[in-house]
Write a protein that binds this ligand. Structure first.
Ligand SMILES: Cc1cc2nc3c(=O)[nH]c(=O)nc-3n(C[C@H](O)[C@H](O)[C@H](O)COP(=O)(O)OP(=O)(O)OC[C@H]3O[C@@H](n4cnc5c(N)ncnc54)[C@H](O)[C@@H]3O)c2cc1C
Length: 445
């Protein structure tokens, strides 16, 4: 039987190889470390966790990451099995001994007779065969060039520039209003495409003070190579002058406060729809390197966002990722070269767990293909399905940035209460629906 080739033995590639072998299909895993290094990895082990040692919340009832854990366990995932084996006490979080964990993943892969690990850098995208590219946020330069040659230069980014994303139903619409600047747009939906949050002068000044005072994270050594000035963090814009933001992303022109038309706002924060469901909005131009705790505090100073719940906070990192909504089909294949499947962080998901989940899915799909079958994604009501649906079509392609799993990606449940207050009932209902859907998807294979 034709093997499945996997490039990159990180969180996604390791899980993909495991899933391929579990389906009885041979897997060849190509990993460049330790011969070729990255600035973040320290070992030659598979599935090395480069920063925190946490897989985040393990609560599969009221947390979307916990639900993703549940689905990966249900699918016999190697990453979850080894994480469980090397778990450390961490309250409700799943933290692991990172060295023991990576060693155990490597041993399990090496011990599997269907898996061959080759220590080599793949520098060109192959023309034929059944391949999974899982080279992660630090894809090697040679391969990145090959990807760009095939997909176009704008289709593979080298840095993310993530603006915070807000659950739409937690925005106070008695303060904010929907309007596009100068009411531009051919349809009513276009003319109301943005949600606007107004600030008066004292509010703006206090906001600038808070931005300047907030704690920031720094780029790591080696991380900034190739960084360009086009996606400045908002706090850096504020450092360049107190009025810079008011003339940039917070300019108040072309907008009329729908609640108080007589008051001209001194500055306006705009939010733009982030997914087709309309459940998520990003704060336009607000990419930031403020620490997470500081971000929640500072952004809740924005009128209308006092009670905001964030689906993800902002950041800027070295991160190779594809514009997946335009490039990948729902089987995670490159539309115009379907022998190439992508998985992990390079597809525009963010985080160890999400990357491993996409590896799990790509591995199963590639193994099905090797056996002459077609495997579709799990339903969009599951955590895995919601995530893959987001990156392969649900997200806005024009402004696509990496995404964590969160309940904003799940289709809303009819007749459930929205907003922060409804979460107590809504989240367990989402995860129960996800479990049912995921079990049915597994049973059908
Ligand atoms: C500095 C930094 C800090 C991070 N901190 C966190 C964190 O705290 N928590 C979190 O959840 N996520 C964090 N991430 C994101 C994290 O990297 C991903 O979540 C996760 O590792 C992605 O899994 P992956 O398998 O897609 O990529 P990786 O785990 O990076 O695996 C990709 C593998 O491909 C290999 N490779 C690359 N190019 C080639 C090639 N041409 N040929 C062969 N092999 C190749 C690499 O050596 C690597 O082993 C961080 C990322 C970076 C860069």
């Amino acid at each position: 039987m034709q093997p499945v080739h996997i490039i990159g033995a990180g969180l996604a590639g390791s899980e993909a190889a495991w899933q391929v072998a579990r389906a009885g299909v041979p897997a060849i895993l190509h990993e460049m470390r330790p011969n070729t290094a990255t600035f973040a990895h320290k070992t030659g082990d598979c599935a090395e966790m480069v920063c925190s040692n946490s897989f985040r919340s393990d609560d599969d009832v009221t947390n979307a990451v916990g639900q993703l854990h549940w689905e990966m366990r249900a699918a016999g995932g190697l990453i979850m099995a080894m994480a469980d084996r090397h778990r450390l006490p961490a309250g409700g979080a799943l933290a692991v001994d990172r060295e023991e964990f990576a060693r155990a993943v490597t041993q399990a892969l090496r011990a599997d007779p269907l898996i061959e690990i080759r220590t080599e850098e793949v520098s060109e995208l192959p023309q034929d065969g059944n391949w999974i590219v899982a080279t992660g946020p630090l894809t090697s330069d040679l391969l990145a060039t090959s990807i760009r040659n095939l997909t176009g230069t704008d289709a593979l980014a080298f840095f993310d520039a993530i603006a915070p994303i807000v659950h739409a139903d937690t925005i106070d619409m008695s303060v904010a209003w929907e309007q596009s600047r100068y009411d531009k747009g051919a349809t009513e939906a276009e003319r109301r495409a943005y949600i606007n949050c107004p600030m008066d002068k004292p509010q703006y000044e206090a906001f600038i003070d808070a931005l300047l005072a907030a704690e920031k994270t720094q780029f790591r050594e080696g991380e900034t190579a190739g960084y360009f000035d086009g996606c400045l963090p908002i706090e850096v814009m504020a450092e360049r002058g107190r009025e810079t933001l008011r003339h940039g992303p917070m300019k108040p022109v072309g907008l009329t406060n729908a609640h108080r038309p007589q008051d001209k706002p001194y500055a306006v924060v705009q939010l733009r729809r982030d997914n087709a469901l309309g459940t998520l909005y990003n704060i336009v131009g607000f990419q930031t390197k403020m620490k997470y705790g500081a971000q929640s505090q500072v952004f809740r100073m924005i009128p209308g966002l006092e009670q905001a719940s964030f689906a993800r906070l902002g950041g800027i990192h070295r991160n190779s990722f594809l514009n997946s909504p335009t490039l990948l089909d729902d089987r995670m294949r490159l539309r115009h070269r379907p022998n190439l499947r992508f998985a992990g962080q390079v597809t525009g998901v963010e985080g160890y767990v999400e990357s491993a989940a996409m590896g799990l899915l790509a591995g199963r799909m590639a193994a099905a293909q090797a056996r002459g079958r077609d495997l579709g994604p799990p339903p969009v009501t599951t955590a895995t399905g919601a995530l893959v649906n987001h990156i392969t079509g649900g997200a806005e392609a024009r402004t696509f940035q990496p995404m964590n799993v969160n309940f904003g990606l799940f289709p809303p449940l009819d007749q459930m209460r929205g907003g922060r207050k409804g979460r107590k009932d809504r989240y367990p209902a989402y995860t129960q629906r996800a479990k049912d859907g995921f079990k049915a998807w597994l049973d059908a294979q």
